[in-house]
Design a protein around this ligand. Sequence first.
Ligand SMILES: *[C@@H]1O[C@H](CO)[C@@H](O)[C@H](O)[C@H]1NC(C)=O
Ligand SMILES: *[C@@H]1O[C@H](CO)[C@@H](O)[C@H](O)[C@H]1NC(C)=O
Ligand SMILES: *[C@@H]1O[C@H](CO)[C@@H](O)[C@H](O)[C@H]1NC(C)=O
Length: 413
Amino acid sequence: MEGCLCYAFNDTLWTQCFSRSSTMLLLVSILILSTVTEGLKVIGGNITVVQGETAILPCKLVDTAEPLTQISWQKMTRGKPQNDNFYTILAKNGPQFVNGRDDRFAFVGNFNENNGSLKLSNTTLMDEGTYTCIFTLFPSGNHKTEIPLNLLVPPVISLKDNPLTLGDEEVSLVTCTAAGSRPPAEVVWITGTLEESVRRTTNSTLHANGTTTTVSSLFGIPTKEINSHSVQCVVTSAARSDKETLNFNIQVFFPPMGVNIIEKSEGVFECLTEANPPSNFTWQRISQPMPQSAVKVEGATLQLLSMTSNLNGLYQCEASNHYGSEHGHLYVHVNSASCTACWTILIILLILIAFGAAAACYYYKYGKFPSALSRMVEWIRRERQPVPTDSPGHVQGVASGEEELPPLQEGSL
Ligand SMILES: *[C@@H]1O[C@H](CO)[C@@H](O)[C@H](O)[C@H]1NC(C)=O
Ligand SMILES: *[C@@H]1O[C@H](CO)[C@@H](O)[C@H](O)[C@H]1NC(C)=O
Ligand SMILES: *[C@@H]1O[C@H](CO)[C@@H](O)[C@H](O)[C@H]1NC(C)=O
């Protein structure tokens, strides 16, 4: 007598016909064949996610017709280094936790389709490790695969500046930190025109949890030239799709340096200085109260409203900021009593230094002290044409005839 047996193997339907006497022998040999089946495969993967995101741990059994009894999962992670069962899926009971629940895991496979995939949400670095997916078949037993789960951790990026005051020694200007990154982040500086004047150092520290903190500093001499230049710290990390750029404006603080008084327009004088942060200005008349009705003071500006002799005197402009102060002087003399044909404004600009500790220090260091003290400017203007003495109009006349006079600049004196 003869019979036929059909079986699926390697996606092909095989049919064999044989005599009844050999049926048992064949069945046995087919069973043995399936335990060592080369076609049966458990397909996993190598998964990489960014911390906090959801990971799918794929696991599929293919190329077998054997009945599936159970799917079980084991894990060996950074948080739990012993390889332990933690999840099983049974045909009847469905998925269940072993050794405690963790609701971040959910079964997203399909038992009947031999799909054992799991979803893990809110991943943390502690979830990193190896997950083993095991299919238990009858009768061939367990078939498994290992799925590495790799976590990427984006760095926490910060900038730290050091308060900078003028000096001639190299100091740390600014530090950029990419903390707790996995894999390590790359930190670079874009310094533009400061390329030649700065130096950079970068250090990395590997933490026990596998993350790395990278610290990069810019060093340079805190000069006025580098003040208010911008630099950028650019951090690149495999855990972020785009680079992160932090902008930093270098601030070198210094007291007012060199007070100049310029005549902005007729009878309007402005006090100028270089300082960081910007100076505040105060005008006063030395030894006498300000002639309130004849002058108008607005910040750095002193405006002489009428050319009368009660304006006469030595005026002082004080420029100051948190780091020190400096003075400039303006001598005003209106000679209107005896001579209507001529009058004189005598302006003496004295650069005097009123020094706070910081400013004094600076000047000693740079040796500019003596020359600044001895600097004196005398500017005598003479009216060439007769003008009325009591109308603001003659202020106009004065300045228009005097355009050839040198400006009150430090350098020109
Ligand atoms: C898995 O992928 C990661 C990152 O792509 C790689 O570093 C690792 O070597 C891979 N592991 C295996 C077992 O292939
Ligand atoms: C994942 O984290 C979010 C926000 O912290 C939380 O609302 C959510 O319940 C968490 N999901 C699970 C499955 O734990
Ligand atoms: C890793 O360790 C460092 C240093 O102990 C810590 O600052 C950081 O927050 C840790 N990172 C994670 C993702 O646990």
